[in-house]
Ligand binder design. Structure first.
Ligand code: IVH
Length: 673
């Protein structure tokens, strides 16, 4: 045998073995050889390729080990936008969707759907040119994503080369990168053993891994992939249905989910949902619902898109997850305004994708209504990003040793008496800003993003600053020195000087932000804007009577009382004066008259995710044009701006015949003014 042939054979053997072991390890979670033996195979392959570079092939496992860290990700424009999906939460909502499509397609036949699991990971776009993977990008805002090619190349499930004859010149494959459960558990076990923080859920772990600047780290993460669509295609005739497309993609070597179903008509669709809901717990990866897609591409094309989602597809999410656990203790937290909130500490329970260890019981009445006692077994619910809650107590499991929790009569932080005003559900510490817990919370609020927006002033730093007596009022923040800050735990000199710079920067603010930052009871961002609009400067507001305050839109008698009480306290007056002395400033708006625009006084509600800006930015833009932005849809609403996944507000707006604007409409409105 020639040397060349020998080399080719050895390379082939090594690549085959490494691919097989990789698959056993990452996809089947069943390693067959020890790590050292695997490393030895890899090293031999690397050495052979290094000394014979002309023998390197694009799909060699050496191409998947990762490379030197990047300093940042490049941006990638998606030629075909990456859309999101509308949601249905019940059989009825899906039925309404199906009826709409029938109407639009002018058909009375049962529609054929592809039913796919909704994989709980991250959308990815893979660009193959002449069968070679040349670029991988995240979804980003749908139009622009991040170039994560180096990381994606380390995912063994993703082919570096497509197989087969007659491949397209260019094809963009869309799919989901996710972390199978077994790999996720192993990764977390290792992280904990090494003293690192565990990931909350497989989705976060997958997202964190894909966004690693060091692809060698990504290479060590057990990521997997399933394809579910095509972005753009050149030099190939697309098959006529989504199900045929999956068959073609599989022949090219792309991994296709093993739980796909074709369903015709409502009954089969509902049935498919139930089948997947039952299988969910047995699947080796997480899914959070099913996606129904019209199977025929010609029909998909006729249906088209609405703002950021296709009309021809809908996600049916599984209901919130519920789990049982026990209440190990109940204690109370003291909030910014002194509110004393009972909190149940739980035996850790994994529900709805995160480990829950405590849940708020809101107030004493709520605790009594649910009859939650220490030692009880309770049902905990969590859906998506929603705050976990106790649904109910399992009475049959109540031990004889269970204990009622009695709300304390004195504040656990400062020992001052706790008071509960007549008719109020909330008990409060009476010490105001003499209570260190209230000081801590009010400083956190002062620095928060929608208030003074001090970057780097997190909870841990605030707690130390207050505990060590360095900060008693928000004004003290602006008196901190570099040496005081760098003396704090976990605060290197660099972070200390960044924090000083952030504090300096925050001094330049706006009147609404400043008012909101003061943390006056019931004065949220919207009320703060109304107050600033009405009084135009701080002095007029500080001197306003309760009656004058009540004249402000959005301000009722309770808020007016809170405002007056706040400004009447000498301490608050001092803090405001000190803040101004330390250089906190803003530009006063001169007159409302000059600001009248076509949007003045128009009431907007924003819902769903926007892609070109955050909802907050949209809100600020609208407020700047004199519009009002409120939280819920009512008869007074002039416009609902619906982003992605709009949910119940859209329904309500439609039922009240409120005008609905897309993000594009909103941008036009803003730019026109
Ligand atoms: S199709 C044109 N199919 O869900 C529709 N998406 O809410 C675009 N997802 O960003 C996506 N499983 O990350 C589609 N079988 C599936 C999916 C799926 C999970 C994710 C995807 C997308 C999000 C939309």
């Amino acid at each position: 045998m020639t040397e060349r042939k020998q080399l080719t054979q050895r390379l082939q053997y090594l690549r085959g073995e490494i691919n097989r072991h990789n698959q056993n390890y990452f996809q089947f979670d069943a390693p067959q050889i020890p790590d050292v033996d695997f490393d030895a195979l890899m090293q031999e392959l690397q050495k052979l390729e290094e000394s014979n570079p002309s023998f390197i092939v694009a799909d060699s496992p050496t191409q998947r080990v990762g490379s030197a860290p990047l300093s940042s990700f490049e941006q990638v424009q998606h030629p075909v936008p990456m859309l999101s999906l509308a949601n249905a939460f019940s059989d009825e909502e899906f039925q309404a969707f199906d009826a709409r499509l029938n109407e639009r397609l002018d058909s009375t036949d049962e529609l054929e759907y592809m039913v796919e699991p909704k994989l709980d990971g991250l959308a990815i776009s893979l660009l193959y040119e002449e069968g070679v993977l040349v670029q991988a990008a995240t979804r980003g805002d749908g139009r622009t994503g991040e170039n994560v090619t180096n990381n994606v190349k380390t995912i063994t499930a993703i082919p570096l080369l497509l197989r087969g004859e007659g491949l397209p010149n260019k094809v963009e494959i869309r799919g989901e990168v996710f972390m199978p459960l077994a790999g996720f558990r192993r990764l977390n076990e290792r992280a904990i053993a090494a003293g690192d923080k565990a990931f909350a859920n497989p989705r976060n772990a997958a997202a964190g891994s894909l966004r690693q600047l060091d692809s060698r780290v990504a290479a060590s993460r057990p990521l997997a992939f399933y394809c579910y669509g095509i972005g753009f295609l050149e030099g190939y005739q697309l098959p006529s249905t989504q199900s045929d497309m999956f068959e073609v993609l599989a022949t090219w070597g792309l991994p296709v989910c093993d739980q796909l179903l074709v369903a015709s008509g409502l009954q089969q669709c509902h049935q498919a949902y139930r089948v997947l809901a039952e299988k969910r717990a047995l699947l080796p990866y997480e899914i959070d619902g099913v996606v129904y897609k019209i199977n025929r591409f010609s029909e998909q094309q006729r249906l088209g898109f609405v703002s950021r989602a296709p009309r021809w597809a809908i996600a049916r999410k599984f209901p919130a997850q519920e789990k049982m656990t026990t209440v190990t203790s109940i204690d109370v937290q003291v909030g910014r305004t002194g509110a004393i909130t009972p909190v149940a500490r739980l035996a850790p329970v994994f529900v709805g994708g995160v480990t829950v260890t405590n849940v708020t019981l809101h107030n004493a009445d709520e605790m009594r209504r649910k009859d939650v006692r220490i030692g009880d077994t309770v049902i905990v619910r969590r859906a998506g990003d929603v705050i976990p809650e106790i649904v109910s107590v399992v009475q049959e499991k109540r031990p004889s040793t269970s204990e009622l929790f009695v709300m304390p009569e004195r504040c656990p932080a400062c020992d001052s008496p706790v008071e509960r005003a007549d008719g109020e559900a909330i008990a409060r510490c009476s010490a105001g800003l003499y209570c260190s817990a209230q000081v801590k919370e009010s400083i956190k609020h002062f620095a928060s993003r929608k208030a003074m927006d001090v970057d780097g002033l997190g909870a841990k730093v605030v707690e130390q600053l207050v505990s060590e007596g360095l900060v008693k009022t928000p004004a003290d923040l602006y008196r901190l020195s570099l040496s005081q800050l760098s003396g704090l735990q976990r605060m290197a000199e660099k972070s200390a000087s960044n924090l000083l710079a952030a504090l300096q920067k925050s001094k330049s603010t706006t009147l609404p932000r400043f008012l909101y930052a003061l943390g006056i009871r019931e004065v949220g961002e919207v009320t703060a804007v109304s107050l600033a609009d009405y009084f135009l400067n701080l002095d007029r507001l500080r001197q306003a009577s309760v009656a004058e305050l009540e004249a402000v839109p959005d301000v009722g008698p309770v808020v007016a009382q809170h405002l007056r009480a706040f400004f009447d306290l000498a301490h608050n007056d001092d803090v405001i004066s000190s803040l101004l002395d330390m250089g906190v400033h803003w530009v006063d708006v001169v007159s409302v008259g000059e600001q009248v625009t076509a949007l003045s006084g128009k009431v907007f509600v924003l819902t769903g995710a926007l892609s070109s800006m955050s909802r907050n930015q949209a809100k600020e833009a609208l407020l700047a044009l004199g519009a009002k932005v409120t939280a819920s849809v009512s008869k007074k609403t002039d416009y609902l701006v619906a982003g992605d996944d709009p949910g119940s507000k859209l329904k309500k707006a439609l039922s009240l015949e409120v005008d609905v604007l897309s993000e594009e409409d909103l941008l036009l409105l803003i730019n026109d003014h």
